[in-house]
Ligand binder design. Sequence first.
Ligand code: FAD
Length: 420
Amino acid sequence: MKELSFDVVVLGAGGAGVGAALAARAEGATVAIVERLDRSGGILNQCIHDGFGLHRYKEALTGPEFAARLNTEAKLGSDPGLTLLTGRFVRDIDPEARRLILVSESGLEAVTCKALVYAAGARERPFGSLLIPGDRVSGIFTAGVAQRLVNLDNRLPGTRALILGSGDIGLIMARRLTLEGIEVRAVLERLPYPGGLERNLAQCLHDFDIPLLLSTTVAEVRGKGRLEEVVTVQVDENHNPIKGTERSFAVDTLVLSVGLVPSTTPVMDLVTVDPRSRGVVVDAIMGTNRDWVFAAGNCTVIYDLVDYVTDEGIVAGRSAARFARGEPRPERLPIVRGRDVGVMNPSLWCPGQDLTLFLRPARPFAKARWVVRQGEGSSAAIIRETKAEILTPGEMERLKIPAAKLDPSKPLTVEVVPDA
Ligand SMILES: Cc1cc2nc3c(=O)[nH]c(=O)nc-3n(C[C@H](O)[C@H](O)[C@H](O)COP(=O)(O)OP(=O)(O)OC[C@H]3O[C@@H](n4cnc5c(N)ncnc54)[C@H](O)[C@@H]3O)c2cc1C
């Protein structure tokens, strides 16, 4: 078996992985990125709409343009200290030897490292997980599969479609399918509020007169071989169907955009995974509970923007390179989840290190603030807060707290404070 060895190995060549490689190289480490596909970029390659890079490059780029920019920044392909191993699937990780077993068309290979950055992205929730009754028909696609068919394979999934799920991917696919001549009858959302960014609601639905049906889900799918009819139903606040609100749509395509789940399979037995978010638990320097393993991107929590994913990859790559050259890992302390915190990443902070928090509220607020406090009870002091504004789970907030503002002797709490 072919054996290779590097200071830092990065698993996954999406925005997080290439960001990590770039930073690890800047620290002087030898780096390899292992990627199962035939090129770098990850999910960016099939996202041909614009809106990527507004923070990092101050431009609205398409996904492939963002990936190309990042490759250039990382000198991918021209830096002899950075090796991209494509067409290799990481099947196993041996923690004792810090050794990854790769499967490729040419057989098995092994790569050892001093530190690993895990950046395997996310997977889509499949149809089977929704337990929707009806006929077992073709014509039901996850949004990512439909996007790949249209954008990379130049094939149309059908002629008339419904989309289930109003997160950003569902909204973007509603517009994409419309532009390709498919009649998108509606986007359905089980919750009483939309899941995606405000800008995507305006640009993908309102601009194309596509109805958004809130508090509505799929009750049944019908057809012989191919999907012919979808029955929808309205739901109450507990997501129970409301009798008498059923509606029938004659469509041949149902696109599911019902959430991404962090990919953790190769590291399930290696690191702590949050049972709530199902992402790898990380601290402020993107370290996991295993000292030589770091993680970044959608495998830790599902981000809105690739700019943030890349920034977190950079933190992980830098930390991995420093660990690989012998620097000890910093102390880790839990961050207390206060009222109405839905998503919070990282969930641990490190005294002496800057902290960047990524947050989503548990529910929408007409006017509320993010508040970060240190201390206990009435003596707790606010060390960071945002302006009062609309907060929704669809919009991720980024809060940066410099190390100098953090007191290692006091507990740190994050919460949502509603304003009257
Ligand atoms: C439809 C859609 C629209 C979006 N729109 C925007 C937008 O407008 N603006 C914006 O900023 N962001 C947008 N995003 C979000 C952004 O693109 C993603 O959050 C980001 O690209 C994810 O990067 P990642 O590196 O975490 O994961 P990925 O890009 O998924 O990369 C993970 C990589 O790991 C590889 N991998 C996984 N497991 C293995 C294994 N075992 N062995 C080898 N390789 C493995 C995968 O093949 C993949 O290449 C959108 C995302 C989607 C899906």
